[in-house]
Design a protein around this ligand. Structure first.
Ligand SMILES: [Zn+2]
Ligand SMILES: [Zn+2]
Length: 293
C-alpha cells in the first residue's frame, strides 16, 4: 500500500482549506497552457498543492497526446522540478505522469522511480493489432463496437485492460475508471444500465482497490461538456465507499481556466456517497483526511 490513514490529520484545521489537483496537463502533452501558467492559475485559485500528470512518452506513432520524445520527457521533469523550487513558498508541486498501458515494447509499464506519483489510465481499445481511442469521439467508439461485435465484448475488454494494468504495474492512482461512458450522456447507447455493464465496472473497481490503487474522482468530462457528473458514475462511487477505497479528486484539466472546474462541488458531495476520507499526496506519501460531513 502506498497510502495510509491518519484519522485526525488536519491541515489548517479545515478540510476546505486543502485544495490539491493531481491530474493536470500542459504543453508538454496535449494541454493548452505551459507548466508555469498552470502553476500561476493554481495559486490564483487557492490550491495548496498541484501535481503535473502529462500523458507519458509512449513512443507510439498513433499517440498524438503524449510527450513526443525522450528528450522532451527529461525537460518536463527538470522544468517541473525548477518550478517546484521557484514557487515553494506559495504552493507544493509534485511530479507525476499519466501512464498508459502497451507503450513502446511494454505491456504494463511501471512508472519512472523519479516521479512523485503516477496515474494509470486506459485510453485505447485493443483488438489483435488494431486500436481505437476510448475517449476521442463517439464515432470512434462505435467503430470499435462494430469491430468487437457489440458493446459487451468491447467494454468488457476495456475493463479487463484496467484490471490487468492495475495488477501488473506499480502506478499509484487509477485514472477515470469508467472512461467508456464519456459519450453516454449525449448518446443513447443503452449499455449503462445492463447488468453485464455494471458487473464489469464494479469488478474493475473492486480489483483496482484490491491492488492497492487510489481511485480518482475526475471532473474532466464536465469541463468538456460531455458529462454533468464526474467519473466514476454514482453506482461505482457507492461501491468504492463501501470498500473504503482511497479516493482523490482531480479535474484532469487541459487548460488553466479549467483547473478548478467542479472541484469544490465534487469534494462536498463525497460524504453523501458514504466516503469518510479523502486522500492527498504529501511529501511523505498519500494521506487520508477525514471528511467533515
Ligand atoms: Zn486520461
Ligand atoms: Zn488526463
Amino acid at each position: 500500500m502506498r497510502y495510509f490513514l491518519e484519522e485526525n490529520y488536519r491541515m489548517n484545521d479545515n478540510l476546505s482549506m486543502i485544495r490539491q489537483n493531481l491530474h493536470t496537463h500542459c504543453t508538454y502533452c496535449d494541454g493548452k497552457n505551459t507548466l508555469e501558467e498552470m502553476v500561476l492559475a493554481a495559486i490564483d485559485k487557492g490550491f495548496s498543492s498541484l501535481g503535473f500528470s502529462s500523458h507519458c512518452f509512449s513512443n507510439l506513432s498513433y499517440d498524438e497526446c503524449g510527450i513526443k520524445t525522450a528528450a522532451n520527457y527529461e525537460s518536463y521533469l527538470s522544468e517541473v522540478e525548477a518550478l517546484k523550487q521557484k514557487y515553494k513558498n506559495q504552493i507544493s508541486i509534485y511530479r507525476g505522469i499519466e501512464l498508459e498501458s502497451r507503450i513502446k515494447d511494454e505491456l504494463y509499464p511501471n512508472p519512472d522511480p523519479r516521479l512523485d506519483y503516477s496515474i494509470g489510465s486506459i485510453h485505447w481499445f485493443y483488438l489483435d493489432s488494431r486500436h481505437w481511442e476510448v475517449d476521442y469521439k463517439a464515432e470512434i467508439l462505435l467503430q470499435a463496437k462494430e469491430a468487437f461485435g457489440g458493446f459487451r465484448p468491447l467494454i468488457e475488454s476495456y475493463y479487463n485492460e484496467v484490471i490487468e494494468f492495475a495488477k501488473h504495474s506499480s502506478y499509484s492512482i487509477t485514472g477515470h475508471i469508467d472512461l467508456v461512458t464519456k459519450f453516454s450522456e449525449l448518446n443513447s447507447f443503452g449499455f449503462e444500465n445492463e447488468s453485464w455493464y455494471r458487473d464489469a465496472a464494479l469488478s474493475a473497481a473492486e480489483s483496482v482497490v484490491k491492488c492497492g490503487k487510489l481511485v480518482e474522482v475526475n471532473t474532466g468530462a464536465i469541463s468538456r461538456g460531455y458529462r454533468t457528473t464526474p467519473y466514476p458514475d454514482p453506482f461505482i462511487l457507492k461501491r468504492l465507499a463501501e470498500l473504503n477505497a482511497p479516493i482523490i479528486v482531480t479535474t484532469d484539466c487541459h487548460s488553466a481556466n479549467n483547473i478548478d472546474i467542479k472541484y469544490d462541488e465534487t469534494v462536498s458531495m463525497l460524504s453523501s456517497y458514504g466516503f469518510t476520507h479523502l486522500y492527498y499526496l504529501t511529501d511523505s506519501g498519500f494521506k487520508g483526511i477525514k471528511i467533515d460531513a
